[in-house]
Design a protein around this ligand. Structure first.
Ligand code: PEP
Length: 258
């Protein structure tokens, strides 16, 4: 049985004090739950070390929301994968649609970021997903295939096996519109089949594919019980302890039903 994964992407939200409160609240609740679900918190950079300090006792892991495609050097404002590794961050979101849209991140740049992360042992959480126009035009599978192939297919099997994929339809992120469980499952199965063709059945089975896009306590269980949905990447609802924990509990229930 594969345990589910729930990742909270805080984006650019919370003050330091609010971040500390949220981390402490989540930590205290998780300490009592004894879950098999892997919980990962992705706060903004300035709060990452606070989160990694709490992580060992908190039954959660920490993710950054981004990293540089470069190793080190004169890249003002950037944070390297090895700096993240130095403060015990274990995961990093790569290619969130907000970074693709507002910061012009291409699949080629993202492939470099994936390389920097795997080189230092961090786990990339590689995001893909179509816009509403692409879905309406019926080209969403083509878009996702290109994102997966150009962002990941250069990896050797031993690196690919450390990657998490997140399917996040852009039209569902922060909009309150969720992909139906059937829509999400169809794409997850498609992504798994792409991996199977390139890396084989075992790699495809082992790949964790998370759903993201207005996931909340009311829709989480139905999404997470789909055969190819291994958990969720949660934006808005991860900023609220109660909602986030309810989603984590839905993942736990879905995982133990498998
Ligand atoms: C996200 O930004 O990764 C996300 C899924 O956001 P939301 O849950 O708010 O739609």
């Amino acid at each position: 049985m594969k345990s589910k994964i729930v990742i909270g992407n805080w984006k650019m939200n919370k003050s330091f004090d609010e971040a500390e409160d949220l981390i402490t609240e989540i930590e205290e609740i998780l300490a009592d739950l004894n879950l098999s679900t892997l919980v990962v918190l992705a706060p903004p950079f300035p709060y990452l070390e606070l989160a990694t300090d709490h992580a060992p006792d908190g039954n959660f892991e920490c993710a950054a929301q981004n990293c540089s495609q470069f190793n080190n050097g004169a890249y003002t404002g950037e944070v390297s994968a090895s700096m993240l590794a130095d403060i015990d961050v274990e995961f990093c979101i790569v290619g969130h649609s907000e970074r693709r849209k507002y910061f012009n991140e291409t699949n080629e740049i993202l492939a470099e970021k994936v390389n920097r992360l795997t080189e230092v042992g961090l786990i990339p959480i590689y995001c893909c997903g179509e816009t509403v126009e692409e879905r309406e035009a019926g080209v969403h599978f083509d878009v996702i295939e290109k994102q997966i192939k150009e962002g990941l297919f250069h990896l050797l099997p031993e690196s690919l096996e450390r990657v998490i994929v997140a399917y996040e339809p852009v039209w569902a992120i922060g909009t309150g519109l969720t992909a139906t469980p059937q829509q999400a499952e169809e794409v997850h199965l498609f992504i798994r089949s792409l991996i199977e063709k390139k890396y084989g059945t075992e790699a495809a089975y082992n790949l964790n594919i998370l759903y993201g896009g207005s996931c909340n306590p009311s829709n989480a269980l139905e999404l997470f019980t789909q055969p190819n949905i291994d958990g969720g990447l949660i934006g808005g609802a991860s900023l609220n302890t109660k909602e986030f924990i309810e989603i984590v509990e839905a993942a736990e229930t879905a995982g133990s039903d498998k």
